[in-house]
Design a protein around this ligand. Structure first.
Ligand code: GDP
Length: 628
């Protein structure tokens, strides 16, 4: 029977270990269970289990599979599998819904704009939010909005105004930190930013920071010139100062794109209705829309652990509608809407687009900025959440896609043309300006260099946050990052470059753009410990009971776990304890418990070696001459 090719069979095992020829394609969603994959492939679940068992992997019928496994299994049964995220599935579903013209559930309707208030400290952000909340609660609503759930909705009413009757959502956490943290996590919730400037104080450093953040997010700005009730108020000075920074008041802009300025007093409640009216008008330019007939998609604004109520999250429903008893995933946890409350503390059964709601019924705490997605049923929610949790450890997705000078050329290759955003901090105004100009001029056909902030002073947390949210690189010229900023940069994977000679910096940029900049790392050995015992602690995971044999193990160091000379794990220490207490470091001769994140394959006799990684500056001289 030479040349015999077995016919494709869609049930039962493929012949021997020979995969079937690929004859079809399937698309599955992340975290699909064995059972559902079997259905997709038209085979029995136990065939998948058997096939995986042959490669040494034991799975159960309801277990979620990761993308690699799905692809392998599918290939064995003659299919090539594309694995998409749940967000992508929803998007596909949305496209299908739109094509399905007969479906009346998918009608698009305008939704209320969502507004964030930013500005310098003490310029009146909180007062303004409070004043708007108190004056715009419809009559007859006893008590008004007393709940602070992170956002509230008001109705604008003014006789004769075309915008009368429209609603606006205000995010109740003023300031650019919250805004940028959300954005750094990929959440885009704000439609309009209000920059509050006190008319008696004028433009201040945080005013400028707020403008940078709003611009980087490409969100329209309205300026509220506050405290005009004060005798020393000088709104014209504020306008001039901001016009110098590119925010030209509409009345001066003459045809060009102007910014709406509204003179208000939060304290005396002057022109608050005008501000609301302007928000409606500015919102009309983009005219945000939503589809209440779809399953809800939103973002977490706040989450807290409440005595008696468990994990409670404020969710801003951005599209679709959320209903009582809907199952959802949020971040890597999931749940079912057991109860919902609006910003007035009233229990509600449905929340449409642009509605902030408090949601009860979470399995565990999500983070602010996490996406909230309603899914068809609880099993699906659970399996996706499980899968994401599993993936979280190795995949810090957002971070790996973050730009770095070393990775720049690769990203250009993938993206074609790339915008490279820079934040430049320096020691004197003159050098910062020269740098900003000279770097911007280095733009090529492939890389557009865009300086999104430049200023004098050390690199702050705010710089790093802006960089994280805008995928920018931070350049320090004769300045260093503050300690907290350095920590945050490491956490967020933001690339900070420190230089003191302009042409070296330019060389580095040039090489990065050509893809010639290699990161140079050095591992510095710190110490070694032997595993004496292995403890399996419910909910915590596996802990290696060790004795340090040499040097030191530190809480913040990196480690390698080796068995008989073979390296099985490399990563960070996730916990370090002496007896029951957390320890910063444990030295030679002492015993300790070490947790290795989710890594659990630890055995007695394994060796744990600790080290720190140091990034060395690239040798630009050698690189330049190598290229020449
Ligand atoms: P935030 O730090 O920007 O949130 O500022 P606050 O809302 O806490 O206000 C700072 C101070 O300015 C408080 O003492 C307020 O009472 C005062 N303030 C806020 N708005 C006005 C206003 O319109 N007029 C006057 N006179 N004072 C105001």
């Amino acid at each position: 029977m030479k040349g015999f090719v077995p016919p494709p069979r869609y049930s039962g095992m493929p012949y021997g270990n020979e995969p079937l020829p690929i004859t079809r394609e399937i698309t599955v969603t992340e975290g699909i269970s064995v059972k559902n994959l079997a259905e997709k492939l038209g085979i029995r679940a136990k065939d998948i289990i058997a096939s995986l068992l042959m490669s040494g992997v034991f799975v159960t019928v309801n277990q979620s599979l990761d993308a690699e496994m799905v692809k392998d299994v599918a290939a064995k049964f003659g299919a090539s599998a594309a694995v998409i995220s749940y967000e992508e599935e929803l998007e596909n579903q949305a496209i299908e819904d739109v094509l399905d013209v007969g479906n009346t559930d998918v009608v698009e309707v305008p939704r209320a704009p969502v507004v964030t208030v930013m500005g310098h400290v003490d310029h009146g952000k909180t007062s303004l939010l409070d004043a708007i909340r108190e004056t715009n609660v419809a009559e007859g609503e006893a008590g008004g909005i007393t709940q602070h759930i992170g956002a509230y909705k008001v109705k604008f009413t003014k006789e004769g105004s075309p915008a009368s009757g429209r609603e606006i959502v205000f995010l109740d956490t003023p300031g650019h930190e919250a805004f940028t943290r959300m954005r750094a996590r990929g959440a885009k919730v704000t439609d309009i930013v209000i920059i509050v400037v006190a008319a008696d104080d004028g433009v201040m450093p945080q005013t400028l920071e707020a403008i940078d953040h709003a611009k980087a997010a490409e969100v329209p700005i309205i300026v509220a010139v506050n405290k005009i009730d004060k005798p020393e108020a000088n709104p014209d000075r504020v306008k001039k100062q901001l016009a110098d920074r590119g925010l030209i008041p509409e009345e001066w802009a003459a045809g060009a794109e102007g910014t709406v300025f509204v003179e208000v007093s939060a304290k005396k409640r002057i022109h608050l209705d005008l501000l609301l009216e302007m928000i409606c008008l500015v919102s009309d330019i983009k005219a945000p829309k939503a589809t209440p007939g779809r399953k809800a998609v939103g973002s977490v604004l706040e989450a807290k652990l409440d005595r008696g109520r468990g994990a409670v999250a404020t969710v801003l429903v951005q599209d679709g509608a959320l209903h009582l008893n809907d199952s959802y995933i949020v971040g890597n946890t999931f749940g079912k809407v057991r109860a919902m409350f609006d910003d007035r503390g009233r229990a509600i059964e449905e929340a449409g687009p642009s509605t902030p709601v408090e949601v009860l019924g979470l399995e565990s705490m999500p983070d602010a900025g996490d996406t909230f997605l309603v899914v068809a049923d609880r099993d699906k929610a659970k399996s996706i959440a499980q899968y994401r949790k599993m993936k979280e450890r190795d995949a810090q997705l957002a971070k790996s896609s973050r730009v770095s000078l070393e990775g720049l050329a690769e990203q250009i290759r993938q993206a074609g043309v790339k915008d490279l955003a820079l934040i430049i901090k320096g020691d004197v105004t003159g050098s910062v300006e020269v740098l900003a100009d000279s770097l911007a001029q280095m733009s090529t056909e492939k890389v557009r260099i865009k300086v999104i902030r430049s200023g004098v002073g050390s690199i702050t947390e705010s710089d790093v946050l802006l960089a994280a949210a805008s995928n920018a690189i931070v350049i320090g010229f004769n300045v260093r990052p503050e300690r907290k900023a350095a920590d945050l940069a490491q956490q967020e994977g933001v690339d900070i470059r420190l230089h003191s000679i302009i042409y070296e910096l330019q060389d580095e940029m040039r090489l990065a753009m050509m893809g010639l900049l290699e990161p140079v790392f050095r591992e510095n050995y710190l110490g070694r410990a032997e595993v004496l015992n292995v403890f399996r602690i419910p909910k915590v995971g596996v802990i290696a009971g060790c004795r340090v044999q040499d040097g030191v193990i530190r809480r913040d160091c990196e480690i390698k776990l080796t068995r008989d000379g073979e390296q099985l794990f490399k990563g960070k220490v996730s916990s370090l304890k002496r007896f029951k207490d957390d320890a910063r470091e444990v030295t030679n001769g002492m015993e300790c418990g070490i947790g290795l994140g989710g890594f659990s394959d630890i055995k007695e006799g394994d060796l744990i070696e600790s080290f720190s990684t140091e990034r060395l500056a690239a040798d630009l001289g050698a690189l330049t001459s190598a290229k020449a």
